[in-house]
Design a protein around this ligand. Structure first.
Ligand SMILES: *Cc1c(COP(=O)(O)O)cnc(C)c1O
Length: 470
C-alpha cells in the first residue's frame, strides 16, 4: 500500500514511513492510504460472522502488505487484542458498542496498542530511540502510555492540560515510570497540540532527535479503529431481523467526536465494505464540525471545557482527512450532525438509564442523546423542512440520504460507548444518583504516586525541556 498526503497528492510513501513520521513535516499534511480495498463478499457474508481478531487481520493486511509478513501481522494482532469490543442491545433498534474493555477502559486502546506494536516492529533495526510526543485531552495519554510502557527502543512524552482532565484520568497518565513521562501544561488541549505540532515542524529539533506522534493523526492508530466498525456492523446486521421486526436494514453509527479520528475510522470501514448506511457526527459544545456541515465554512475555534472532556477539541485534526475523502455535499448526504451542551449530556445519561436501564458515560451520552432525538422526531421535522438553528443544540439542517429510513422506523443505530462510565463517576452520579463501580484495572492506578512535570505553554520552555531530557 502506498500512502499519500492530505495536502499534496503527489506524496507517495510506504506504511513504515507514514507510521514513523506520524505526519508529513514538509507539508504539515496527514498521511492517507491511496485506496481502501473492499473485503471479499465471501468474508463479509460469512455465517457465523468472523471474529473480531479475524476481521482485524483481514482489514490490516492490505495496509501493511510487503512490509509486515502475514505471520508477524498475526502475532501483532494477537498481542494487541486479548480483549474485544462488545455489542449490547439496549432496545429493539439500539445497540451500544462497548469500546472500553481494554487496559485503560477507553476506545483509544484499540488504536494505541496496534500503533505501539507496529512502531516497535519497524524500530527493531534502529540504533536510536524513537521519541513519541503526544498531546491528550484526556484518554489518549493513558492509552498511549499503557500501550508503549516498557516497549524497548521507544520513549513517550505525554502533554496534558493541567486541571482540565478528571482526577482519575490524570492518575492514569501521570503515574507511569521508566520510558513514559507526562508534562502538565498550563493551558488548554489545543495549546498542548500546538506544542507537539510545532516540535514536529522544528527542523533543528528533528535533526537532533527521531520524533514521532501518537495522536489520532498517526495513520496506524486510525486503521485499527476501523476493525470494530466492521465487527459491530456485521453482528448487528445479523441481529436486526430478530431484534427489531421492522423490516428495515439501515444501520446508522453514532459517533461521539472530538478530534474526529474515530469517525474517520468508521468511514474507512464503510469504504471497505462494512454494512453501515450512514453516520451521526455527535459533538459537545465544541461544535466546529457540525458548524462546518451546517454553514459550509470550516472555522476552528478555541476549545471550551465540557463534561465529555475527551471531546473538547476546537480544531479537530482529522477534519482534514474527511475533507480529503469526500466533498461537502457527500458529507451532508452521509452524515447527520448534532451537538449538545452539558445540560443535554446530563439529560442523556439520565434518560438513557430511565428508558433502557443502561448506564452510559458522558461521551456515549452525547451519542445516545443524538440518536434518541433523531428517532424521536427530530429527523422527521428536518425532512418536513423544519430546520433547527444550528447555533443552538440539536441537528444541523442537512438531510442525509438515509433520513427517510429513520422516519419510517426502518433504521437501527450503533451507539459508540467510548469510555467506561466509572471513569466519569462524578458526572454519572450527578445525573442518576449512582456511581458505577470502578473496574479493578482502574482501581489499581489510584494509589500510585503522581510523577507529572509542570510545563508552560510557550514553545521555548518545551523545546528546552526536550533538548535536555530526551
Ligand atoms: C478521544 C475520545 C473521544 C473522541 O474521539 P476522536 O477520535 O478524537 O473524535 C470520545 N470519547 C472518549 C472517551 C475519548 O477518549
Amino acid at each position: 500500500m502506498k500512502y499519500t498526503d492530505t495536502r499534496d497528492k503527489k506524496v507517495s510513501v510506504d506504511f513504515r514511513t507514514a507510521v514513523l513520521n506520524g505526519m508529513n513535516a514538509e507539508t504539515g499534511g496527514l498521511y492517507m492510504p491511496t485506496e481502501f480495498p473492499r473485503l471479499e463478499n465471501s468474508f463479509l457474508e460469512r455465517n457465523p460472522e468472523p471474529s473480531f481478531r479475524e476481521i482485524a487481520y483481514e482489514m490490516a493486511k492490505p495496509y501493511v502488505e510487503n512490509e509486515i509478513p502475514d505471520t508477524d501481522l498475526e502475532s501483532i494482532i494477537q498481542d494487541c487484542y486479548p480483549f474485544s469490543s462488545k455489542v449490547v442491545p439496549i432496545d429493539p433498534v439500539t445497540y451500544v458498542l462497548e469500546l472500553f474493555h481494554g487496559p485503560t477502559c477507553a476506545f483509544k486502546d484499540f488504536g494505541a496498542r496496534f500503533m505501539a506494536r507496529v512502531m516497535s516492529y519497524f524500530n527493531r533495526s534502529e540504533n536510536d530511540n524513537l521519541h513519541i510526543l503526544v498531546a491528550t485531552s484526556g484518554d489518549t495519554g493513558s492509552a498511549v502510555g499503557s500501550a508503549f510502557h516498557n516497549v524497548p527502543g521507544i520513549d513517550v512524552t505525554i502533554l496534558y492540560p493541567d486541571g482540565k482532565i478528571s482526577p482519575l484520568q490524570e492518575k492514569q497518565l501521570s503515574t507511569f515510570t521508566g520510558n513514559v513521562r507526562a508534562l502538565k501544561v498550563k493551558g488548554t488541549f489545543d495549546d498542548c497540540q500546538k506544542l507537539v505540532k510545532t516540535a514536529f515542524t522544528d527542523k533543528d529539533l528533528r535533526s537532533k532527535f527521531r520524533l514521532s506522534s501518537a495522536n489520532s493523526i498517526n495513520i496506524s492508530r486510525l486503521l485499527p479503529q476501523s476493525f470494530y466498525y466492521m465487527y459491530s456492523s456485521l453482528v448487528v446486521k445479523k441481529r436486526i431481523p430478530f431484534d427489531s421486526k421492522n423490516g428495515g436494514d439501515a444501520i446508522i453509527v453514532v459517533v461521539p467526536s472530538g478530534n474526529f479520528g474515530n469517525l474517520t475510522s468508521g468511514l474507512i470501514a464503510r469504504e471497505m465494505g462494512a454494512p453501515i448506511t450512514g453516520f451521526v457526527a455527535a459533538t459537545n459544545s465544541n461544535h466546529t464540525v457540525p458548524d462546518w456541515i451546517a454553514s459550509g465554512e470550516y472555522k476552528t475555534r478555541p476549545s471550551v471545557p465540557t463534561l465529555s472532556n475527551a471531546m473538547d477539541v476546537g480544531a479537530p485534526s482529522n477534519y482534514e482527512r474527511i475533507d480529503a475523502m469526500y466533498s461537502l455535499d457527500q458529507v451532508r448526504n452521509l452524515f447527520a450532525s448534532y451537538w449538545t451542551d452539558d445540560e443535554g449530556t446530563i439529560d442523556g445519561i439520565k434518560r438513557c438509564k430511565n428508558k433502557t436501564g443502561y448506564v452510559i458515560d458522558p461521551h456515549g451520552a452525547v451519542a445516545w442523546k443524538a440518536w434518541n432525538d433523531i428517532r424521536g422526531g427530530e429527523m422527521e421535522k428536518l425532512v418536513n423542512g423544519q430546520k433547527n438553528d444550528f447555533t443552538k443544540p440539536g441537528l444541523t439542517p442537512n438531510v442525509p440520504f438515509w433520513a427517510k429510513a429513520v422516519v419510517d422506523k426502518k433504521a437501527s443505530a450503533i451507539i459508540l460507548e467510548t469510555a467506561h462510565p466509572a471513569k466519569f463517576g462524578a458526572t454519572v452520579y450527578k445525573a442518576i444518583g449512582q456511581e458505577p463501580a470502578l473496574p479493578e484495572r482502574l482501581e489499581k492506578v489510584v494509589s500510585l504516586p503522581d510523577n507529572a512535570i509542570p510545563m508552560g505553554k510557550d514553545y521555548d520552555s518545551f523545546k528546552e525541556w526536550l533538548v535536555s531530557n530526551l
